[in-house]
Design a protein around this ligand. Sequence first.
Ligand SMILES: *Cc1c(COP(=O)(O)O)cnc(C)c1O
Length: 231
Amino acid sequence: MSGLQQHYQTVLSSLARATEEAGRLKDSVKLVAVSKTFPSEDIREVYAAGQRDFGENYIQEWYDKTQTLADLPDIVWHIIGDVQSNKTKYVAERAHWLHTVGRLKTVQRISNQRPSEMPPLQVCIEVNISGEAAKHGVKPEEAAGLAVEVAKLPNIQVRGLMCVAKADSSDDELRRQFSIMQELLAEMNMAGVKADVLSMGMSGDMRIAVKCGATHVRIGSAIFGRRDYSK
Ligand SMILES: *Cc1c(COP(=O)(O)O)cnc(C)c1O
């Protein structure tokens, strides 16, 4: 087993432990392996160890990887970064999930560009849970309203909500942010959008996110290592 595959197994074990400690069903939390900035060969290695769901942030980088990895037909691509309007076509044609819906207009374009033979794109509304100006996503009080509008689009299926907690939050602050997400998901369901996904939790805050009901955790550095953005 390679070092990368060992890190992957360690993350799987921590996730299983966190799930059990939270009193939740085995395998009820999906691991999305966040491979941004890492080469396709690394994705191949983790794929060979059994992982199928991968998360990417930068559309051009990701698109190139979809070409290199075209021989892995059952790979599931999760877009977890911002999508500029000149890149929507790539997402429409190659992605399975989009976790970062923050504007109706962008997702409308994607719906229009989605090839009719493809299944609906699975999406989450991104919530700016920390209220930081630099963060993407809608205000918490806008999430349910946007979900109702997005749910009307033909080639899109709204699955739930996504957030990135404030960096360096204490455990209490993490619990507070993730609990609000749980409440917002309930609010969405009451507004008539049947949704079951909470995409939250990263390498540093996975355990608490799982405790607070995360269904998808997005783990990068704990699997692939430290990211080098200079390349
Ligand atoms: C990079 C990234 C992750 C993974 O973060 P790690 O701390 O490396 O686990 C998760 N979610 C989003 C939105 C990211 O941009």
